[in-house]
Ligand binder design. Structure first.
Ligand code: FNR
Length: 184
């Protein structure tokens, strides 16, 4: 059956270029026979973490929604060479409750920037943080620089090498999902 793949965007901005990349990857996933699931981090109402707060319901919902998927793709902007607080907060909050969503699905990383650098520093950080919580992240990362010319009029990702990287990342995800399922 079609594997469920969650897509998480690290930007809530209406005209987010990372949202654009998320939707382009959604199209790719559907074309490859997967079932993409858009996870809107704004819908989980997570306050900024601190240790005196009670566990918000949104934490359990987010863990449940992610754990139901065989794969997770994070599509995120880079802020000052690192990952945005929206994502770090979601990782930190959920890590206090469970690791199932980190260790169950296979994860992939993508990032879009207006300039040429394509969010490599952010994905590097994210890779490290996810490693710390036991996540398997596929090695191919989808960096998309020069966002203004990376998509066609229908929202397809067309620039190279980004387009080839997306193809490779999705193929790696599918392969690892299949291999994990065969072992379990
Ligand atoms: C940025 N931006 C940015 N870009 C980049 O390539 N490397 C960086 O380190 C940063 N740092 C940074 C810090 C902060 C606080 C902001 C607000 C922005 C620019 C960023 O890539 C650009 O605003 C994107 O359009 C943000 O992504 P969304 O919201 O369009 O998906």
């Amino acid at each position: 059956s079609a594997p469920k793949i969650a897509l998480i965007c690290g930007s809530l901005r209406k005209d987010s270029i990372n949202k654009k990349l998320e939707l382009a990857l959604e199209k790719r996933l559907m074309a490859e026979g997967a079932k993409p699931v858009l996870i809107d981090l704004g819908a989980y109402d997570l306050p900024l973490y601190h240790g005196d707060l009670e566990l918000p319901d949104g934490v359990k919902r987010l863990v449940t929604d992610l754990t139901a998927c065989a794969g997770v793709i994070v599509v995120t902007p880079e802020y000052n060479g690192g990952l945005p607080p929206l994502l770090k907060n979601a990782i930190d909050w959920t890590s206090t409750f469970s690791t199932d969503h980190f260790t169950g699905p296979v994860w992939g990383l993508a990032s879009c920037t207006p300039g040429p650098m394509s969010g490599i520093m952010c994905m590097r950080q994210l890779n490290y943080i996810l490693m710390r919580v036991g996540t398997e992240v596929v090695p191919t990362q989808v960096g998309v620089g020069n966002a203004a010319t990376a998509f066609d009029g229908d929202g397809h990702l067309v620039s190279e090498p980004s387009s080839s990287l997306a193809e490779k990342m999705i193929a790696s995800l599918f392969l690892r999902i299949k291999q994990k399922a065969a072992i379990e």
